[in-house]
Design a protein around this ligand. Structure first.
Ligand code: NAD
Ligand code: TYD
Length: 351
């Protein structure tokens, strides 16, 4: 089937993997990547597919409602996969308003544009909103988030994502807009901006810089390899039931400190350092405000109903990820110049 698919945030970490998958897998469809190219967006992530005939990049801001409306008329999108967002919790603590603008207003602009362009002819149309498990808040030592867990966000990031999820459901319930939502756990893999735990620590280990562990490092996250998330997005976009929500997770829980020790060990080995060398870089720093203790996802609905499952074991995924960062120094140099240096100083020096 030939479709005109709009992917927002396609120059970012997860978005670039989704764009690549769709451009390669659906040559008969046209894939439009709309991205503002903030500090987190990088067209280098898509160099390998940028010349494809079924791919087009559009630079633009989802906060600009009129611009978005014109795009729908011009390119006749019949599917939307919405990933564009401000995505880093620490930045949301420093500057919540940017998260409200992009994550909430930007999402409502896209919903309005889809509603206006599709009018009441929803046949073959889909608005797919990509969200996070962080909307569910924090778990104690037991239990998993399911699709019916009540929302309880604690950071400005998760509050803005929760708000956008509510708007998507409201547009489905009120206007009949064909929507689907997925909530995924923490992703890792190539092309993640080195402000998030795994790429930041790989970069710091490599450069013999301190590894700033928040609090005692006891917080737990459920890690999923980014290409497995992209595959889940493909499955849900094509087979998901309209109006439904699907949780996506790796069934792969780690305390931060245990995960960091694995990174140190694998990297000592790869860098030819004596075992134990990199662990000496671990430095416990002031905890993140409102730091959620534990996230863990029950993805059985997606597995049973749509047949998705993660393809990679964590050990294999983390090796591949470390190798990617070690082999892509130029990418790291480019993204850690300029604005990144000020960010690092503000966030970590004297913490
Ligand atoms: P990212 O920060 O790497 O990328 C976000 C992209 O959105 C960037 O390319 C940026 O330029 C673009 N963008 C930001 N503001 C924009 C605007 N106003 N208009 C147009 N484009 C804009 O984020 P990511 O980690 O790839 O996350 C993508 C999506 O997946 C987000 O919606 C996030 O909430 C969700 N998610 C992320 C994770 C994770 O672990 N990273 C887990 C679950 C869900
Ligand atoms: P992060 O990658 O920011 O993802 P999220 O907060 O969305 O889960 O952080 C993952 C975990 O690592 C989280 O518990 C916070 C912790 N963390 C640190 O201990 N130090 C750091 O420098 C960063 C960025 C995160």
């Amino acid at each position: 089937m030939k479709r005109n698919i709009l992917i927002t945030g396609g120059a970012g970490f997860i978005g670039s993997h989704v764009v690549r998958l769709f451009v390669n897998k659906y040559p008969e469809s046209m894939i439009y990547n709309l991205d503002k190219l903030t500090y987190a967006g990088n067209l280098e992530n898509l160099k390998d597919i940028e010349d494809r005939e079924n791919y087009m990049f559009i630079k633009g801001d989802i906060v600009d409602g009129e611009f978005i409306r014109v795009l729908f008329d011009k390119y006749k999108f019949d599917g939307v996969i919405h990933l564009a967002a401000e995505s880093h919790v620490d930045r949301s603590i420093a500057n919540p308003m940017e998260f409200v603008m992009t994550n909430v207003i930007g999402t409502v602009n896209l919903l309005n544009a889809a509603k206006a362009y599709w009018k009441d002819d929803f046949e073959g149309k889909l608005f797919y909103h990509i969200s996070t498990d962080e909307v569910y808040g924090s778990l104690g030592e037991e239990g998993l988030f399911t699709e019916t867990t009540a929302y309880d966000p604690h950071s400005p990031y998760s509050a803005a994502k929760a708000s956008s999820d509510h708007f998507v459901r409201a547009y489905h319930d009120t206007f009949g807009l064909p929507t689907v939502i997925s909530n995924c756990s923490n992703n890792y893999g190539a092309n993640q901006f080195p402000e998030k735990l795994i790429p930041l620590f790989i970069n710091n280990i490599k450069n013999n810089k301190p590894l700033p562990v928040y609090g005692k490092g006891e917080n737990v996250r459920d890690w999923l390899y980014v290409e497995d998330h992209a595959n889940a997005i493909d499955v849900i976009f094509n087979k998901g039931k309209i109006g439904e929500t699907y949780n996506i997770g790796g069934n792969n829980e780690w305390t931060n400190i245990d995960l960091i020790k694995v990174l140190c060990k694998v990297m000592d080995n790869k860098l030819g350092r004596e075992e134990g060398t990199s662990e000496k870089l671990i430095t416990f720093v002031k905890d993140r405000a409102g730091h959620d203790l534990r996230y863990a996802i029950d993805s059985s609905k997606l597995q049973k109903e749509l047949g998705w499952k993660p393809s990679l074991q964590f050990e294999e995924g983390i090796e591949k990820t470390i190798d990617w960062y070690l082999n892509n120094q130029e990418w790291l140099d480019n993204v850690t110049s300029g604005e990144y240096k000020n960010y690092y100083k503000e966030m970590y020096v004297g913490r």
